[in-house]
Design a protein around this ligand. Structure first.
Ligand code: PSU
Ligand code: MN
Length: 325
């Protein structure tokens, strides 16, 4: 891989880093085609089978529809995969047949690899590998954040800190209201991570709903301006990431208000039954509980919003590549 911009990745591979690049991703990196990184914790721990698999496929398809190349990132047999084969995606998604995939945040990566595990990458670890490969845009559903009661439990997702280390534009539908959205935004301000709403709402979006009650510090309306924010940030030598909150499509707004009741109930239950103090298990438990309480209605919204962020992510990645020409 001769190109200078692949220097970091090439150095890692030279050191024997256990990373496999999908040939299509490798080609896109060599020829500077737009790429969008995608996470896999949403597949292994965020949605039930087979909706997780269908969604992973449609999200990749949406990225392609914009002219960008999807790079779904995960860990298989102790190796990091940047870009998954169809069969590898199926393997990670089939959580009944292959139930042992680990949820991998930054602190888990080296141990999981040394022990030869399979795993889904959270936003934090997906950011790490996207940055390593020089992928500039990453699309997901919800970012982790400060949990309710986080001021005493200290449950603050590693996703937030990671955004200070990785020069990647993270396109998400905001943070779920299972979290403390106000404190999450305060924390991001302290960390110096740019936060923008992409689209109509002045609010920072709350995943199932465009409205969180908290204003976004900045707003952009088109992929070119979003890409220009990334371009400018990195041109100035700042090496941290940028968070774009893309509001859920309008037709899901009304149901979002209803889902909020289930979210409140799930949070209270998690405090009563101790799940809120169970570290990495807290988020998957809350997601599943909201799904059960709404008879799957939350799942349909979840699918819609991530399909939407994939589309916007693809458009921003294409615009970013155009700026580089
Ligand atoms: N929020 C969602 N769905 C998810 C996640 C978050 O609505 O699947 C996943 C993401 O991978 C995120 C991770 O990075 O959960 C955060 O976990 P924790 O709160 O344990 O840091
Ligand atoms: Mn946590």
């Amino acid at each position: 891989m001769p190109m200078a911009k692949l220097h970091t990745l090439v150095s890692a591979l030279d050191r024997g880093a256990p990373i496999d690049l999908h040939p299509e991703v490798e080609d896109a990196l060599r020829t500077n085609k737009p790429l969008v990184a995608l996470e896999t914790t949403i597949i292994t721990h965020g949605m039930p089978y087979p909706v997780n698999l269908d969604t992973a496929r449609s999200v990749e398809q949406n990225v392609r529809s914009t002219g960008a190349i999807p790079a779904t990132i995960g860990v298989l047999g102790g190796r990091v995969k940047i870009g998954l084969e169809a069969s590898q995606l199926e393997y990670l998604a089939d959580t009944k047949a292959n139930p042992n995939s680990v949820k991998l945040s930054r602190r888990d990566i080296a141990s999981a690899i040394a022990l030869g595990k399979d795993g889904g990458t959270t936003c934090s670890s997906t950011l790490i590998f996207a940055a390593l490969a020089g992928i500039k845009v990453f699309a997901t559903g919800g970012l982790g954040g400060v949990h309710r009661g986080g001021e005493s439990s200290m449950d603050v997702s590693a996703d937030l800190q990671e955004l200070t280390r990785c020069p990647v534009g993270l396109v998400s539908a905001g943070v779920k209201s299972i979290l403390d959205i106000g404190r999450t935004l305060e924390y991001l301000e302290t960390l110096g991570v740019p936060v923008l709403t992409y689209g109509k709402s002045a609010d920072f979006p709350a995943f199932y709903s465009p409205r969180s009650g908290f204003k976004s510090p900045w707003r952009v309306h088109d992929p070119e301006t979003a890409a220009n924010v990334l371009f400018t940030q990195w041109k100035l030598g700042m090496t941290n990431g940028v968070l774009f909150g893309v509001p859920i499509p309008e037709e899901y707004e009304a149901v979002g208000e209803k889902l909020q009741e289930a979210v409140e109930k799930a949070v209270i239950e998690s405090e009563e039954n101790g799940m809120s103090r169970r570290g990495k298990e807290a988020t998957p438990w809350l997601l599943k509980r909201v799904g059960d309480l709404t008879q799957g209605k939350s799942l349909a919204s979840n699918v819609a919003l991530i399909e939407n962020t994939a589309l916007k992510g693809g458009m921003i990645a294409v615009a970013y590549t155009n700026l580089q020409q």
